[in-house]
Design a protein around this ligand. Structure first.
Ligand code: LMR
Length: 337
């Protein structure tokens, strides 16, 4: 074989090998699923825990081989103090903080913490579905956060380590754990109690050791965290709501291929319906389990007692009306029937 032919073959073979070497990682990359981390702070057997698991199942079914969703419950990846920062840094792609935990990013979402604003969870749902409620999902985009939907938990009840919990006077001077929310802080100050902002993962121990005397939460969170085992009385106040906004990193989301974004949107819709359908059921079942456990007494309240709590808490509305906007408050009030 002439020398130049050998040389040409060699050059071609080398070029082919280089092309394969360059192409191969590209091929592998295109096939590797996008890993999506979903971190949250509650137990798996709660409305949010179940919603996250359904999102994983639906996303991996709708986008087979294209995405892998990893769910981290019970603050096992990030707790309250870190999860929003972690999302903005790209260390996690989905979180679903309670609506009480966004006030560093927007003052508008504080609306959900106004005590006795919503009559029940159906009213909350109607407000979230309204144009005003939906507009809040994109209200933090300039801060890098995009809301993809609301998930329900339920109405809050008040609990303490005291026997008597029927009237606002009964919490005077008591220490309460609250979520990181200025509205909730004002709510407890208005009751002459001492609020203390604290991450969810620390609440059980704080109640057990007497660092705080009480807290406010849903039946589902109370049961799954065993708060009822370290509290004496839970008053059925239904004075507020714990619901969630599922948020993602806006830049990451906008940078996804269109088919992935579409599939994840579909999966989120399915997870939202699932979680919201379960929320009432789980809360009701957990209320019964707390009753059956017989550790904390469930205190039913007379109409006049509820009216007294309302009267003591409602001044908070005026304090935050300027930040939230009267129009938004009116839109929320319209959702009560
Ligand atoms: C709490 O901190 O009490 C709740 O927001 C926890 C949760 O995510 O339901």
């Amino acid at each position: 074989m002439p020398k130049h032919t050998i040389l040409r073959r060699h050059v071609l073979a080398t070029a082919a090998a280089v092309a394969a070497a360059v192409a191969l990682p590209g091929v592998v990359c295109a096939q590797a699923p996008i890993v999506i981390k979903f971190s949250h702070v509650v137990a798996a057997n709660t409305p949010k825990g179940q919603g996250a698991l359904r999102f994983k199942e639906a996303a991996e079914r709708i986008l087979p081989g294209k995405v892998q969703v990893q769910v981290f419950p019970s603050s096992s990846l990030f707790g309250d103090a870190k999860e929003l920062e972690a999302l903005l840094l790209g260390d996690v792609q989905f979180i679903a903080p309670s609506l009480s935990k966004f006030d560093r990013y927007t003052k508008k979402i504080q609306i959900f913490d106004l005590p006795f604003l919503f009559d029940d969870i159906d009213a909350v749902d109607r407000f979230q579905s309204s144009a005003a409620g939906q507009s809040l999902l994109t209200s933090m985009k300039n801060r890098g956060l995009l809301g993809l939907g609301y998930w329900h938990n339920g109405m809050k009840q008040l609990s303490t380590n005291k026997d008597k919990l029927t009237r606002p006077e009964d919490v005077k001077g008591l220490k309460f754990r609250i979520q990181a929310s200025d509205v909730l802080e004002a709510q407890f100050r208005g009751l002459n109690a001492n609020p203390q902002k604290m991450a969810f993962a620390e609440v059980y121990q704080a109640l057990q050791t007497g660092v705080v005397d009480g807290q406010e939460n849903t039946w589902s969170n109370t049961y799954s965290q065993k708060f009822h085992e370290v509290q004496k009385t839970i008053a059925e106040t239904n004075h507020g709501v714990i619901d969630y906004m599922v948020v993602t990193n806006a830049k990451w989301w906008d940078g996804l291929p269109a088919d992935i974004r579409k599939g994840l949107t579909e999966a989120m819709k399915e997870a939202t319906q699932h979680s919201n359908k379960l929320a009432d059921e789980l809360n009701e079942a957990d209320r019964k389990k707390i009753e059956a456990a017989g550790k904390a007494k469930i205190q039913k309240l007379a109409k006049e007692d509820v009216a007294a709590w309302r009267k003591s808490m409602e001044p908070v509305w005026k304090k935050f009306e300027g930040d939230i906007g009267r129009d938004l408050i009116d839109a929320a009030l319209k959702s009560n029937k």
